[in-house]
Design a protein around this ligand. Structure first.
Ligand code: E4P
Length: 390
């Protein structure tokens, strides 16, 4: 019997929800999604350190030697998202989702500007707009920003979508795709009710996506529905037939290892919609959101969580920039030291050749053999500089 993953792929576009390139190679999805937490996680993988360094160096080059560290880091953040996106696009045939800085979620103009910046970085790399979805939080401002971007040919994926009102506003705005969350809705209901499990069909996240899917299909909206944020494979099984589902490598692996028959649950040609069509303006959107405690709280928490991930990554980038640029400065200083002190040019500085103080020589000569080689000077430079600044 075919695995659950094979059967699911026949009725739904399976998307990988990760920044881990190896996982994407393993599961060969059509599309892939990233978010700030996933980029932060990918940035911790030692094999990708070169991508981070590449982004830092190109950001420094782009904005100039005189630029402040925080400006280089801000630039590098955009470049890192695009570099990971570019690497992902080398593996997948479809689209990658790249998220706008969550801290801009309540600022329409800043969201539009950041989306255009990200798309221009992709375009500079020869990647066309149809291979990228700009991911934006489903606030009123985010949805309106997406409406404007779509009119300019920039395709959007509206994320952190928990409530029906968010989905309705996205469809009216003509966005390309929405990512209604499943698992985070389940998390909220578990915490709110104290109930520790919900079988797949009763899962409130599954019910939410099912309602949105049927409403969209019944009313002929073009906006694609991509279920996201899964906690277990039962939730995925209950949404078989959805346009797309974005799934973590861990759950993709479980689907791959499970042999059981999969039944289509959602059918775009035969939607079972029980909702009357509505249209929202800013006031009706906001009052529906305020009335939906779960959606209101989870949207707020989601934006705060992604913002925190970005701030953590920024701090790491600032640190790494110091290492990368300090490294270059060090090699320059080492070269100068040899120019001045290696009088016979044999690649080794003896105590007799040394023009500085004995204390500095001793700090550099950490193997105490009375000779300074390139490696001694490179590794001992920090200690020697500390000594000279005393
Ligand atoms: C994808 O678009 C979402 O960012 C992702 O599925 C969120 O998943 P999580 O709730 O496990 O963080």
């Amino acid at each position: 019997m075919a695995t659950l993953l094979e059967q699911l792929s026949e009725m739904t576009v399976v998307v990988a929800d990760t920044g881990d390139l190896e996982a994407i190679r393993t599961f060969k999805p059509r599309d892939a999604t990233t978010n700030p937490s996933l980029i932060l996680a990918a940035a911790q993988i030692p094999a990708y350190q070169n991508l981070i360094d590449e982004a830092l160096k190109s950001s420094r080059k782009r904005i100039g030697n005189g630029a402040a560290v925080e400006d280089v880091v801000e630039e590098a953040l955009d470049e890192i998202c695009v570099i990971f996106g570019k690497e992902i696009l080398k593996i997948i045939p479809g689209r990658v989702s790249t998220e706008v800085d969550a801290r801009l979620s309540f600022d329409k103009a800043a969201t539009v500007a950041k989306a255009k910046k990200l798309i221009s970085l992709y375009n500079e790399e020869g990647i066309s707009n149809d291979r990228v979805l700009i991911k934006i939080a489903s606030t009123w401002e985010g949805i309106k920003a997406a409406e404007e971007l779509e009119k300019e040919g920039i395709h959007c994926n509206l994320t952190l979508l928990f409530g029906f009102s968010q989905a309705v506003a996205c469809a009216d705005a003509g966005v390309t795709l929405i990512s209604p969350f499943v698992g985070r809705i389940l998390d909220w209901y578990k915490a709110d009710t104290g109930r520790d499990s919900y079988p797949g069909p009763e899962d409130p996240g599954v019910i939410s996506v099912t309602k949105i899917f049927n409403y969209f299909k019944d009313n002929g909206y073009k906006t694609e529905v991509m279920g996201a944020s899964f906690r277990n494979i039962d939730e995925i099984v209950e949404l078989a037939g959805c346009d797309l589902l974005t799934i973590s490598p861990k759950l993709l692996d479980q689907l791959k290892k499970t042999d059981s028959s999969l039944v289509r649950k959602l059918d775009s040609s035969n939607p079972s919609n029980f909702e009357k069509q509505i249209h929202l303006n800013e006031n009706t959107f906001r009052s529906m959101m305020e009335a939906d405690r779960m959606a209101f709280e989870k949207l707020d928490e989601g934006i705060r969580g992604f913002s925190k991930a970005i701030e953590t990554l920024e701090a790491q980038l600032a640190h790494r920039l110091a290492v990368v640029e300090g490294g270059d400065a060090f090699s320059h200083v080492v070269h100068e030291i040899f120019m001045l002190n290696d009088l016979d040019g044999d690649g080794c500085i003896t105590r007799e050749e040394w023009l500085g103080s004995d204390a500095v020589f001793d700090a550099l000569d950490h193997d105490h053999d009375g000779r300074l080689m390139q490696e001694d000077v490179t590794s001992g430079l920090g200690a020697a500089l500390a000594l000279t600044s005393l």
